[in-house]
Design a protein around this ligand. Structure first.
Ligand code: GLN
Length: 538
């Protein structure tokens, strides 16, 4: 079978949930027996989001192979339950870097290098790599931003060419737009959609389907109007009201027959009846009244919840499986340094310190870890959160506040967390951390072993600093357990405290492997400990 391509573009405004929509439709096709993969084309010039501030970009999502990618890849992996690879996130920066390095090598000797065909060919090469590297039969390609942006033009041109290259029966264009609601008259307006489609057509792409997003239900007549003005089959205008719950989206899209229309137009026959019972159960469980637990998330970028998207989702997956409703108390780590936010910490049934970089707010995070240790509050530390756990405990054991990570105090007399040796001589910042999946051995008789129920695991990493082994003995004697180690015993991957209901930190990022129907075992253990604490107290 030829690879089938489904292209998704956005119109009118960004942030209308293109990524989630692509992911949900992907799931519906997987449910019908097809191998599906999803790729995101990002028009910015950075090579990857790894060097961008979370304020600019939200979370950096890490894949098995260590690629630092857009957070939409998290939606794709979670909804479709697949593992993607680095070709699944392409940026303008990568495309140009490749073309320019070929030019320097002399690959195009004599030629003038131009956007068309050199840049567009490189984009198409990368689109085709997805099925080659993942074996997918159906490849979704989502273009970031909205039609009309200068940056996305080469990507759209490449998409346009794909129809000629691959054939009409193998390509399908979905345009996702926003239908605004005018408060004064209570009307929904299709004009921006019409304009956006006109813009797309001027580039040479006629959409095969329009998904019209809105906060209000879109009446049939309005869909008729969109179909008429935009020259799209009536059944292929799909109204999509904003869902109350994220995980409801596949169920809502299933009702709209999008999957049938796609298969029909791509000349495919359903291979199996979709089984969405697990999703239905998930949504029912989300709706059910449940005992509430409060989790303090102490971070540096808490104003922007997207900076912790996977952590948030992993908490939700685990809470659902344990039968509780999570409420996140967002605490700014710098606030804790100034004595603010302490009342929120007191209110919390559990404390989570996620990953992060740089000194700002670090003492606030250490304060949170101390509070958790002294008050027997369940604590989960992710990457930097594990390093914070170690620093706090070592300050207590060594009885000095001079303990630190060399990331925050290069001259500290007690560098319990220090730069990894292979990081010392690096000069480039981009893509040079310890990234991606690494194996880890779980030590028997520990909390980690209880959670994982196996002694060999692999988890995704993104860090430069590590636990300094010279401190292992002193901290072990004081009650710290190194419950996860690299197979050669050199790197501490998990540290936990004896004598505490749950105080555990991971050098890796377990949140990236949590799935809605397969919550991550460490998050489940954390939430269980919280639940036990709460029920004991009441
Ligand atoms: N800044 C720390 C390091 O580089 C932690 C990184 C993280 O939390 N992802 O090791």
């Amino acid at each position: 079978m030829n690879t089938k391509y489904i292209f998704l573009t956005g119109g009118v405004v960004s942030s209308v949930g293109k990524g989630v929509t692509a992911a949900a439709i992907g799931r519906l096709l997987k449910e019908r027996g097809f191998e599906v993969s999803i790729q995101k084309l990002d028009p910015y010039i950075n090579v990857d989001p790894g060097t961008m501030s979370p304020y600019q970009h939200g979370e950096v999502y890490v894949l098995d192979d260590g690629a630092e990618t857009d957070l939409d890849l998290g939606h794709y992996e979670r909804f479709v339950d697949i593992s993607l690879n680095r070709v699944c996130n392409v940026t303008t920066g990568q495309v140009y870097a490749e073309v320019i390095s070929k030019e320097r090598r002399g690959d195009y000797l004599g030629g003038t290098i131009q956007v068309i065909p050199h840049i567009t060919n490189e984009i198409k090469r990368r689109i085709r790599m997805v099925s080659k590297t993942t074996g997918a039969e159906i490849v979704f390609v989502e273009v970031g931003g909205t039609v009309g942006d200068i940056e996305s033009l080469p990507f759209l041109e490449a998409l346009r060419q794909m129809r000629g290259d691959e054939g009409k029966e193998n390509t399908f264009y979905i345009h996702i737009t926003w239908v605004p609601h005018i408060g004064a008259t209570g009307e929904l307006k299709t004009k921006p959609t019409q304009h956006s489609v006109r813009e797309l057509r001027s580039i040479g792409i006629t959409p095969d389907m329009i998904i019209a997003r809105s906060d209000y239900p879109i009446e049939r007549e309005l869909c008729d109007k969109i179909a008429l003005f935009c020259d799209v089959e009536r059944r292929a205008v799909i109204p999509m009201t904003t869902a109350e719950l994220l995980y409801e989206v596949p169920l809502l899209i299933e009702k709209t027959q999008v999957a049938e229309i796609l298969l029909d137009r791509l000349g495919l026959e359903t291979r199996q009846k979709p089984d969405l019972r697990a999703w239905e159960k998930l949504v029912m469980e989300l709706r059910r009244e449940k005992p509430r637990v409060k989790i303090a998330l102490v971070g540096k970028y808490v104003e922007l919840h997207d900076a912790y998207l996977s952590v948030r989702e992993a908490i939700r997956h685990a809470a659902l499986s344990v039968g509780v409703e999570d409420e996140i108390l967002w605490i700014h780590s710098s606030d804790l340094e100034k004595g603010r936010g302490v009342e929120l910490l007191r209110e919390a049934d559990g404390i989570l310190v996620p990953g992060g970089f740089g000194e700002r707010g670090i003492e606030g995070k250490i304060h949170a870890a101390r509070y958790a240790r002294q008050n027997q509050i369940p604590y989960l530390g992710l990457c930097l959160g594990m390093q914070v756990l170690v620093i706090e405990f070592a300050r207590h054991v060594l009885e000095t506040d001079q303990v630190n990570s060399t990331e925050f105090d290069p001259a500290t007399p007690h560098p319990v967390i220090d730069l990894m040796p292979d990081q010392r001589d690096l000069t480039d910042m981009g893509g040079t951390m310890r990234l991606g999946l690494y194996p880890c051995r779980i030590q028997p008789g520990t909390r980690a072993a209880e959670a994982y129920k196996t002694d060999a695991i692999s988890e995704r990493h993104r860090h430069r600093f590590e636990f300094k082994n010279a401190y292992r003995d002193a901290l072990r004697e004081a009650g710290m357990r190194f419950s996860g180690l690299s197979p050669d015993d050199r790197l501490v991957e998990i540290a936990e405290l004896d004598d505490h209901p749950f105080m555990l930190g991971t050098q890796f990022h377990p949140e990236f492997l949590s799935r809605p129907t397969r919550p991550h075992p460490l998050f489940v253990c954390f939430i269980k400990a919280i639940k036990e604490n709460v029920t004991r107290d009441t």
